[in-house]
Design a protein around this ligand. Structure first.
Ligand code: 5AD
Ligand code: SF4
Length: 461
């Protein structure tokens, strides 16, 4: 048995991809380990979205190199692979900066990992730059990969990949390639396997997931709303989420589904990036702030208790104080359950990186702090409003403390419960006792006390 350590950086798509890499390497005798000490193979599944994310890889590689050398002295070896978006973007350059790396493999080629490993093994793991695969192959990797094993109560399912939007700050269209949707029967089969293996919740993943347009059984094009309706028929599946969406692709059918499909969770990550029309234009987002407001309004009309999350970029080239004030205003108006905000990071090869009007770092810092304060405040208020309420929590992991379990509410809040081991892996009614900045504390409700719970019981029978 060989020990394999995979570390994922960045988005949920990478977490999903890492799982698939483990699946494809399992027949070679690799079993996943918790850390890289004494590993026979290490895979860093990397993220290129911001400069900081990329640079982290090289410092981690430095640490792993020491372990590789230690093992070599003892007569062993270690294969080091760099996968994901940094691999795609930097390619051969990785071998020059980190010559002890053995494999560089892009996000569309990891089904070829076994061949790359064989190549390295036949030469010895000398980091000789031979094993590199950055193709965007004609036949999708999904057709060539084994079915995912899953096993968790909450699983990711990748349905769409790549992006055709070309926001001027973003590397995704270059690293992940053109938009591609998997076909419906393939997704359905994967969903069935995952639910048979215990999944109660599925999160459908795509870089621009609501642009999904896969082929159905009869060759007709199926949109995301129809796909969700189809998957919702699987009895064991109780919760469906999807991420990440573009406001432009939030069509009326999908919006309406939020009001009619009980399994669709009342939480949506819908990035807007900025509240300023001028900046949205410069970002090539192809809609203005009012368009986004309208989409939010329609969603709230369809599902009044829906909560939102978003991504924001501060300090995009040319962003003035007024532009930033418009972002703050939009955040105040919408009121988020949570949100991510980032300082603009110029990415080589993207149009915005070459703009002369770059915003000074100190201004970016100041704006980021203001925005994050506002978002944290909103998140705390949102969480506090749950105290005393009953909600359903899917307990999918252990907590930090002995006996504590953690899970997610329908609104994506982390909820922890003391002495809850007996409920691990289950969807349970919980009464919220405390609302904090980024999590909730609660207690399990043993018996049905309201109609909502009764509906849930009926569904789970
Ligand atoms: N600089 C800062 N943030 C970025 N994002 C994407 N590219 C950049 C960049 N160059 C953010 C966007 C996106 C999220 C995944 O990362 O907000 O929605
Ligand atoms: Fe990047 Fe824009 Fe595509 Fe999102 S929609 S992946 S930000 S190009």
């Amino acid at each position: 048995m060989k020990k394999l350590y995979i570390k994922s950086y960045g988005c949920q798509m990478n977490v999903y991809d890492s799982g698939r890499m483990a699946d494809v390497l399992a027949p070679l005798g690799f079993t996943q380990a918790e850390d890289y000490i004494d590993s026979d193979m290490v895979v860093l599944n990397t993220c290129h979205i911001r400069e900081k994310a990329s640079e982290k890889i090289y410092s981690e590689l430095g640490r792993i190199r020491q372990e590789k050398e230690r093992r070599k002295k003892l007569g062993g070896d270690m294969i080091i692979a760099v996968a994901g978006c940094v691999a795609q973007a930097e390619g051969h350059e990785i071998f020059s900066r980190a010559p002890f790396v053995d494999i560089v493999v892009g996000p569309q080629s990891y089904h070829r990992l076994p061949e790359l490993v064989a190549k390295v093994e036949s030469h010895g793991a000398r980091g000789n730059g031979l094993a590199i695969d950055l193709d965007f192959p004609e036949v999708s990797k999904f057709d060539l990969l084994p079915a995912p094993s899953g096993g968790g109560v909450s699983e990711f399912l990748s349905i769409q990949e790549g992006c055709d939007q070309f926001c001027t700050f973003c590397v995704v269209p270059y690293t992940r390639g053109a938009e591609y949707s998997r076909n419906v029967p393939e997704i359905y089969r994967e969903a069935l396997t995952l639910t048979q293996n215990g999944a109660i919740e599925l999160t459908l993943l795509g870089q621009n997931v609501n642009a999904y347009h896969g082929l159905g059984l009869d060759g007709e094009t199926i949109n995301l709303a129809k796909l969700i309706r189809h998957l919702a028929k699987i009895p064991a599946l109780k919760r469906i989420r999807y991420t990440t969406s573009h406001p432009l692709d939030m069509d009326d059918e999908l919006i309406a589904l939020h009001g009619t499909e009980e399994k669709l969770m009342p939480f949506l990550h819908l990035p807007v990036q900025s509240g300023s029309d001028a900046i949205l234009k410069a970002m090539n987002r192809k809609h203005d702030a009012d368009y986004y407001r309208k989409v939010i309004e329609k969603l709230r009309h369809a599902r009044p208790d829906i909560a939102f999350s978003s991504d924001f970029i501060v300090g995009f080239p040319g962003e003035t104080d007024e532009d930033f004030a418009a972002t703050m205003e939009l955040v105040r108006e919408i009121g988020y359950a949570q949100a991510y905000s980032f300082k603009y990071s110029p990415r080589p090869g993207t149009p915005a990186a070459d703009k002369e009007s770059q915003v000074p770092e100190a201004v970016k810092d100041e704006r980021l702090q203001q925005l994050q304060e506002l978002i944290s405040h909103q998140q705390r208020k949102f969480n506090e409003s749950f105290v005393g309420r009953e909600t359903e929590v899917l307990f999918d992991r252990k907590g930090k403390y002995e006996g504590q379990i953690m899970g997610r509410s329908p609104w994506m809040q982390s909820v922890h419960v003391k002495d809850g081991e007996a409920y691990a892996g289950r969807l349970m009614p919980v009464v919220i006792t405390e609302g904090r900045g980024s999590s909730l504390a609660g207690e399990i409700v043993e018996f049905a006390s309201d109609t909502r719970y009764n509906t849930l019981m009926r569904n789970t029978k």
